[in-house]
Design a protein. Structure first.
Lengths: 113, 111
């Protein structure tokens, strides 16, 4: 099925561990995004990639790194996980850099203990 | 940073009743307003993108209006059904192409 595929769906990490969240889209979209969702708050942008080869910080980039591996794939890395990074993470894509309706992945529920 | 407010935070509605809720956003530097529907354990799904003052969009029993001068949008659901239970998110896009999200309105339809 066409869309945004995000893995893993669930993950528990110990403080200080690292991990990479994977995201791939097969809609030939140029732009991809990583968001986090915390209770009572709106989605907050961590990093985005307006097009292949570019990445930019969003509202809450600290503690994260990203890689736009190719047009399809955009990964999010936590180098040294902290409990404050416990959240639900969503990857999304849009045809161009002006978000005219995102397609979201199914989310990753991450718990850092 | 723009501030997008959604009200109410949560809403219980009897099956068959109609309902509406609000998204407020700063009207200055406005470019577009997005509505999404987010069911539990699924990913948010785009409902509407609106740009012009007075825009009205409709998808089945769900419709939305936009007032860019005063900075609000209403989402209406006519004849609520159990499958309408979800969190409804709005997001405001400004002319710097920065998209700011509201915290959502959680709608629960009681059979």
């Amino acid at each position: 099925n066409a869309g945004v595929t995000q893995t893993p769906k669930f993950q528990v990490l110990k403080t200080g561990q690292s991990m990479t969240l994977q995201c791939a889209q097969d809609m030939n979209h140029n732009s991809m995004y990583w968001y986090r969702q915390d209770p009572g708050m709106g989605l907050r942008l961590i990093y985005y990639s307006a097009s292949e080869g570019t990445t930019d910080k969003g509202e809450v980039p600290n503690g994260y790194n990203v890689s736009r591996l190719n047009k399809r794939e955009f990964s999010l890395r936590l180098e040294s996980a902290a409990p404050s990074q416990t959240s639900v993470y969503f990857c999304a894509s849009s045809p161009g850099p002006i978000p005219n309706g995102y397609t979201f992945g199914s989310g990753t529920r991450l718990t850092v203990v | 940073i723009l501030n997008v407010e959604q009200s109410p935070q949560s809403l219980h509605v009897q099956e068959g009743d109609s309902t509406n809720f609000t998204c407020s956003f700063p009207s200055s530097n406005f470019y577009a307003l997005h509505w999404y529907r987010w069911e539990t354990a699924k990913s948010p799904e785009a409902l509407f993108v609106m740009t012009l003052n007075g825009d009205e969009k409709k998808k089945g029993r769900i419709s939305a209006t936009l007032n860019t001068k005063e900075g609000y949008s209403y989402l209406y659901i006519k004849g609520s059904q159990p499958e309408d239970s979800a969190t409804y998110l709005c997001a405001s896009l400004d002319r710097n192409y920065q998209l700011i999200w509201g915290a959502g309105t959680k709608l629960i339809i009681k059979p």
